[in-house]
Design a binder for this molecule. Structure first.
Ligand code: ZN
Ligand code: ZN
Ligand code: FE
Length: 752
């Protein structure tokens, strides 16, 4: 008989709440390994005893065959004394104080559950709450740690004997699947005003008939209606006061997605992934689904990520209805997403014909995430369901810090040790309800993580709601400039602690000089930074009003570049302005009244898109820039340029030649847009090359909302790499203000 050896094996990473222990149990059995496995605060610990060869194979399979939702970060082993016992068991958790355990994010329905859901012989056939250790609700139902059923909103449901047997059987896919449920013992759906046995079939009938239905999903309610139904989408847009903003759509399957969109392999993987976000896809037919995304060449598409959505689509198919559904957060404007049916009797009444509700309570409100693919990587537009509360590894640990976030796309960040936890997307912080949602989420996430911050890092802007909340908490305050926070979010993600050049292009953020920044090149070194370059400045007439009435920025740049003769130089553009307001705005530009200086790149996009014939007024943030990007059809074109020069110690990117060329007209919008994108990239490259020559730094970090522009991001990433720079950009946090909190927290942590 072969001599046996015994090893203690510690596995770290996302190894809890994802079926890891049953997996170890199974692999141990297959390899004739005896011993035990247990959860500890430091990860999963295994004691394994077998022949050297069997043990080697067992250890290799821990990584190579790990469950789909797990992530093995490290496997360490240590020889211990063999005990000569047989059998393998799953032991109770060694420690109950598992605050460092990772709470998994919500997971889209898995392949095994999807098969059972569609199998008439299965006891969970058409059951909208089917789940297993590889899928189902997690973050949205968890109240406290450790993550077991009693500490989730599933505690209201008692497991029936069949479900209990699965739950207790280590060889079963549902072993310790905390939200395990079936039609006998689990949650049920109901449709208000309907008493029959098939609420989902009735909801499908209403949808197919042109109604709007409110649907309770994982982290909140959604408004659903036929995406090709002019009348229904129109009513929804009117009710949400969203005349043009793109709405996400849900499509039954990949075949439907391909009918409307061009999908790369990478995008398909993202659509089918466990977080299952809305993925921004290029329309394959220009103008496809115009009601959902008017004026854009992209569409935010989701696959049915809960079993409830799947059953709804199969009921629709049974009615012969095979069209996409608009599936958008149930809220008004940018308010927090509704999580209780009462909302539809209150502020949201009169929009939906019926409410498809269920009795599994949502503890943590969480919107759908939005992402796109660029250069082989997933980029986040909105980080929420499927990502939260996943940790982002920091290069090193420190005291617990709160990053308060920004005014738009509110989200906060808590650090614990060498990890940062970004909260779910809260919404626009100027919505009155956002304040409550923010405070409530902060209390819940702090409790869940056992994170008690002593310092709050916030923006310099005194009027940001998040800054006010942070200052009301009685913590030490660390102010972090907006654009450095954007760049610091990249430094945090990539563990970049050495000097780097940061390019922060966005809409606006307060500079230390009290002007409105937004087209900045920074030199960063850990928590230290200085401004090394910027866009030439112009007046921002009326402040934030200029981001809506974007013709104002057009006028401001024309006046800046052409002087008092601007009307003669650009008569066809002047003709598209109302004369009286134009006169007022010109006076503001000249006097500086309520018109701060700005170096905003986002506002330059607005100005150029207006000058090139785009809209004078927009209805949602970055609308003009997105439509302008769409016109470029993902291509760049030479011909336009910025002047780039050094002045007062700063590298200035001066768009005067671009403004002159744009004002001369004569180009199709697509061509103008392609030339502008290319010119922005080349201006930044010229300035960064100058800074690099002075400093010897060859590392570039990119952040800020302007890099949500997929064309620009691609130009920068590819171009700077070609020019010999190492390029870093946001992968785990959004590059827009939704990622600010991460940078704030990291910047503060570095100084403590
Ligand atoms: Zn499953
Ligand atoms: Zn059951
Ligand atoms: Fe910003």
């Amino acid at each position: 008989m072969q001599r046996k050896i015994r090893k203690k094996i510690t596995v770290t990473g996302i190894v809890q709440g994802v079926g890891f222990r049953p997996f170890i149990y199974r692999v141990a059995g297959e390899n004739g390994v005896s011993g035990w496995v247990s959860n500890t605060s430091g990860g999963v610990v295994i004691e394994a005893e077998a022949s050297a060869a069997a043990l080697e194979k067992f250890i290799a399979e821990i990584t190579s065959a790990a469950p789909p939702q797990s992530r093995v970060d490290s496997v360490s082993t240590e020889d211990i004394v063999p005990q000569g016992l047989s059998g393998f068991e799953i032991r109770q958790s060694l420690s109950r104080a598992e605050n460092s355990a990772i709470i998994p994010a919500d997971l889209a329905v898995c392949g095994d559950c999807a098969r059972e859901l569609a199998d008439p012989a299965d006891r969970r056939y058409d059951y909208p709450f089917i789940n297993c250790t590889n899928c189902g609700p997690r973050f949205t139902i968890v109240k406290t740690l450790p993550y077991d059923r009693a500490s989730t909103t599933m505690s209201a449901f008692r497991l029936c004997p069949d479900c209990k047997a699965e739950f207790e059987d280590p060889s079963n896919r549902r072993f310790h699947a905390q939200p395990n449920a079936c039609p006998v013992c689990g949650p049920g759906a109901r449709l208000d005003g309907y008493a029959g046995p098939r609420p989902l079939a009735e909801a499908a009938r209403l949808l197919a008939g042109g109604s709007i239905v409110a649907v309770k999903s994982l982290g909140g309610f959604q408004f659903a209606c036929g995406a090709l139904d002019n009348e229904a989408v129109g009513r929804l847009r009117a009710a949400k006061r969203r005349p043009f903003k793109p709405l996400a759509v849900m499509m039954a399957d990949m075949e439907t997605v391909r009918r409307y969109c061009a999908v790369s392999e990478e995008e398909e993987r993202l659509l089918r992934s466990a977080p299952a976000p809305a993925v921004m896809l290029k329309k394959s037919v220009p103008g496809a689904l115009p009601l959902a995304a008017p004026g854009l060449d992209t569409l935010g598409v989701m696959l049915p990520y809960t079993p409830l959505h799947r059953v709804l689509f199969s009921e629709l198919a049974a009615l012969g209805f095979n069209e996409p559904l608009v599936m958008t957060s149930a809220n008004l404007r940018d308010e927090p997403i509704a999580i209780s049916a009462e909302s539809f009797a209150g502020g949201l009444s009169g929009i939906a014909a019926a409410v498809l509700d269920h009795n599994r309570e949502i503890h943590n409100r969480c919107d759908d995430s939005v992402a796109f693919c660029s250069a082989g990587k997933t980029r986040l537009v909105r980080r929420a369901r499927g990502w939260v509360p996943g940790g982002i590894k920091l290069p090193r640990g420190g005291p617990c810090v709160l990053g308060a976030g920004g005014q738009m796309k509110g989200a906060f960040c808590l650090t614990r040790g060498a990890e940062a936890f970004l909260s779910q997307h809260i919404g626009e912080m100027d919505e009155p309800e956002s304040d409550n949602f923010y405070r409530e989420s902060l209390a819940k996430l702090s409790a869940l993580l056992g994170a008690r911050p002593e310092t709050a890092a916030c923006d310099l802007h005194p009027d940001y709601a998040a800054t006010r909340i942070a200052k009301s908490l009685g913590l030490k305050i660390a102010e972090v400039q907006h654009h450095f926070a954007h760049i610091a979010s990249v430094l945090a993600e990539h563990g970049l602690e050495e000097p780097a050049i940061g390019i922060a292009f966005d809409g606006s953020g307060l500079g230390p000089d009290k002007t409105v920044w937004g087209g900045e090149i920074l030199l960063t070194d850990g928590a230290k930074w200085e401004r090394a370059g910027s866009l030439r400045s112009a007046r921002l007439p009326g402040g934030d009003a200029a981001a809506v009435e974007i013709w104002r920025m057009g006028l401001s740049w024309l006046r800046e570049v052409f002087g008092e003769n601007w009307r003669d130089k650009a008569p066809q553009i002047f003709a598209r302005m109302e004369p009286a307001p134009a006169e007022t705005v010109e006076k503001m530009v000249l006097s500086g009244f309520n018109s701060p200086h700005t170096t905003s790149m986002g506002r330059l996009f607005d100005a150029v898109s207006f000058i090139c014939g785009g809209p004078a007024v927009v209805t949602y943030e970055a609308q003009a820039a997105m439509e302008f990007e769409a016109a470029a059809l993902a291509r760049a074109e030479g011909g336009w340029r910025f002047d780039v020069y050094k002045e007062g110690g700063l590298w200035i990117m001066d768009p005067a030649p671009v403004i002159r060329a744009a004002a001369a007209g004569g180009l199709a919008a697509g061509s103008a847009s392609r030339k502008f994108h290319s010119a922005v990239y080349r201006a930044a490259l010229a300035a960064a090359t100058g800074i690099s020559a002075e400093t010897g730094i060859k590392k570039i970090s990119l952040s800020g909302g302007v890099f949500q522009n997929a064309l620009l991001l691609k130009l920068f990433e590819e171009g700077f790499a070609r020019a010999g720079f190492a390029v870093y950009s946001n992968l785990q946090a959004p590059s827009n203000d939704g990622g600010l909190a991460l940078g704030q927290a990291w910047a503060a942590l570095k100084t403590l």
